[in-house]
Design a protein around this ligand. Structure first.
Ligand SMILES: Cc1cn([C@H]2C[C@H](O)[C@@H](COP(=O)(O)OP(=O)(O)O[C@H]3O[C@@H](C)C(=O)[C@@H](O)[C@H]3O)O2)c(=O)[nH]c1=O
Length: 182
């Protein structure tokens, strides 16, 4: 299993070792000891899964303390462009984002600690996205910023007309009107 630092300190790409044979494949999607050795020392308390049609864009989301979540995300089937945005005030990379393509074929995972917003757009139909989080869902703690915020100018790969949003995500605040709790 390889742990690869990204341009946002704290956000880590994980490439698991894939064991392929005539039956198919096997891999460890989480190993507490290896993660702890790599500096990801946390207790996961909830697993989530979503299914999306091509163009579904979920984000940019987070939760404030005491429910701020670290997330370990991956794609089981299909493909997404996954995005993390640093919203830690005073961070040298405050307001900056990274993008990583995650797919059922590249097996990559992304660790996004608390203090970041997270979102993804599905690039293929029938995409199954799964993630572990280290704090429980808490509706009252939900925070977010509009996906197409001009200050972030994220290249989501798809055109605006191809994107499917929830009603909630369509009206999230812009970054300039957002008070980061971190
Ligand atoms: C996130 C979440 C939602 N729900 C419920 C509430 C809601 O009625 C329904 C759908 O929720 P949402 O529309 O917020 O789902 P979604 O837009 O997929 O939200 C997710 O987006 C990605 C980008 C993340 O990073 C996640 O943390 C989460 O915020 O599921 C839970 O019961 N538990 C949870 O942990």
């Amino acid at each position: 299993m390889e742990f690869i630092q990204t341009d946002l300190p704290g956000v880590i790409v994980i490439e698991p070792k894939i064991w392929k044979d005539e039956r198919g494949y096997f891999y460890e999607s989480y190993n507490r000891e290896l993660f702890r050795d790599a500096g990801i020392d946390t207790d996961f308390v909830q697993d989530n899964q979503s299914f999306s049609h091509k163009g579904a864009l979920r984000g940019l989301h987070g939760q404030s303390n005491p429910f701020a979540q670290g997330k370990l995300v991956r794609v089981i089937q299909g493909k997404v462009m996954d995005v993390a945005v640093d919203i830690r005030k005073g961070s040298p990379t405050y307001g900056k984002h990274i993008r990583v393509e995650l797919s059922g074929e590249n097996f990559k995972m992304l660790w996004i600690p608390a203090g970041f917003l997270h979102g993804f757009v599905t690039l293929e139909d029938n995409t199954i996205f799964t993630y572990k989080v280290d704090k429980l869902y808490n509706k009252e703690s939900e925070i977010g910023v509009r996906w197409n915020d001009p200050d972030f100018s994220i290249d989501w790969t798809l055109k605006q007309s191809e994107v499917i949003l929830s009603q909630k995500d369509a009206v999230l605040p812009l970054f300039r009107d957002f008070e980061s709790p971190f």
